[in-house]
Design a binder for this molecule. Sequence first.
Ligand SMILES: Cc1ncc(COP(=O)(O)O)c(C=O)c1O
Length: 336
Amino acid sequence: MKTHNQISHISLESRKRIHFFTSPTPVEKPAGLQKLVPSIDLLIKRDDVMELAMGGNKVRKLEFIMADAQSSGCDAIITTGDLHSNHTRLTAAAARKLGMNVILAMKGKKPEPVGGNLLLDFLFGADVRFFDVDRKELPSIMEEIRREREKQGERCYVIPRGGASAYGVLGYANAAFELRNQLGDAAEKIEFIVFATSTGATQAGLILGTKLAGLRAKVVGISVGRTGDEIAKDVTRLVGEAADLLGVSPKISSDDVIVNESYTCGGYGVVTKEVTDLMKSVAQKEGLLVDPVYTGKGMLGLLGLEKEGYFPTGSRVLFIHTGGLPIIFSHWRVEQ
Ligand SMILES: Cc1ncc(COP(=O)(O)O)c(C=O)c1O
């Protein structure tokens, strides 16, 4: 007889997926960083190490999203993001790899000069458009773009901000199975999984995936800007949508949705000295790069929680490095 998690894995395996990176991504024991968190046993999963256009968590989501776009017969992708968006960079790369057109509705005015992820959006030849509007207006702007392009004969697929759709969630549900297969029994010893959270899609995938794969780790998202309540609401909705898509109904309660909002450093995209000092410390102790908008704050949360005594002494904690490195080249000033 098949167990529940075998059924779930089969249901995930049978989903259409386009492979954009070699899995599993590495799991490392970071000797230098370990000295900064002496009370825990730290591991890092390097989702910043992937072949597609400098990698990151968005690649996992795009494996399932782009497979859905392709099987729907689409030849153009429309999506949105902030000016430094990793999601737009990686969507542009994935679309080009599959021979599709890509239109990006960026929130904000075109900066001068163009750097970081935005520079790469242009390098991929995306049709980059700027809208200095409230974020809430972008879904209807994307629908207008869809109508315009479909009149010209293209079939368009719209991806929400950050790849936060049910298909996107499958990326990190799958990552939990990847982790279990990669580490075997050691995966069951992981007590906490910590990472930067924003739209909540990565977190939703990890919550769903750990349940389905039978891992006991608590999934702890460190908010990079939004309130804990806002993110938790989206995580809960996304878990439900992805579970429906898979046809599974794991037992997930509000206690499983843990969002820490104490490390936003004044808001989304705000880069404080605390963050840049942390980036320097991680670079100099471990030879590891983290970015100032996402992984820097995620790491700040990890270090802060260890200091607060949130993790029982000796806990095995896995930090997921979700990428974002091109942001270093648009948000960093030498004097920082
Ligand atoms: C580098 C990086 N880390 C973490 C996140 C947060 O992921 P999510 O939007 O799935 O919560 C994002 C995107 O928002 C990101 O680009």
